[in-house]
Design a protein around this ligand. Structure first.
Ligand code: ZN
Length: 204
């Protein structure tokens, strides 16, 4: 994908995002399949944004295709690029998918393993690349955008726990940290993503 650098902070409530939970829900992560489809975001003022995606499980990527109109010049630009998927094995069986963020920020490749990519510039990339941070007073979790804030917060906690995992089992049982991670991973994001789905996503 193209090189792109970005530095200022953004509000998450104006963002488009795609998560592995959403891909899973709409059956894009079926073993052996390559599936194409679209995502439409409808804003409260009725304006729509849509993208095409193609998810290949054999080749482990998500292809993003969309046309973007420059607000100032009115010029239309085609985007067509892939973000690799990576897998991890769940402790209790099954495979978990992640995006491997492929953004270059200030000339440095990101490569982070994340569950959600956001679009806050030309490309979809992880929240680290777009500096999606929140002040504590914004974290009141009310309403839909509060839920989005919470999702990013939970994602941050999950990643922190995951990155700090040294051993996954002790005496044949998952360690306390692993259990905490699994708890967050298995309950929270899905729940929040479900709410996000109901609010902005419409599968075609
Ligand atoms: Zn990134």
């Amino acid at each position: 994908m193209g090189r792109y650098s970005y530095s200022s902070k953004s509000e998450a409530d104006s963002l488009k995002s795609v998560s592995v939970y959403w891909l899973n829900k709409y059956k894009y992560l079926e073993p052996g399949y390559t599936k194409s489809g679209g995502i439409v975001w409808t804003r409260s003022n009725g304006s729509k944004n849509d993208i095409r995606i193609c998810v290949s499980i054999p080749d482990l990527y998500v292809q993003f295709k969309y046309i973007q109109t420059d607000r100032e010049t009115g010029e239309k630009k085609d985007f067509d690029y892939k973000i690799p998927l990576i897998t991890s094995v769940c402790h209790f069986g099954g495979i978990r998918y992640w995006f491997k963020c492929s953004m270059y920020k200030s000339g440095k490749f990101c490569g982070r393993r994340v569950a959600t990519v956001y679009k806050d510039g030309d490309y979809f990339a992880c929240r680290h690349c777009y500096d999606l941070t929140y002040s504590s007073k914004k974290e009141n979790y009310k309403g839909f955008f509060g839920m989005l804030t919470k999702l990013i917060y939970e994602e941050k906690r999950m990643e922190a726990i995951r990155d700090s995992l040294k051993r996954k089992t002790y005496a044949g049982r998952p360690t306390k940290k692993v259990r905490r991670f699994l708890r967050l991973a298995s309950h929270h994001p899905e729940k929040v993503h479900e709410l996000i789905d109901q609010n902005i996503y419409r599968a075609r």
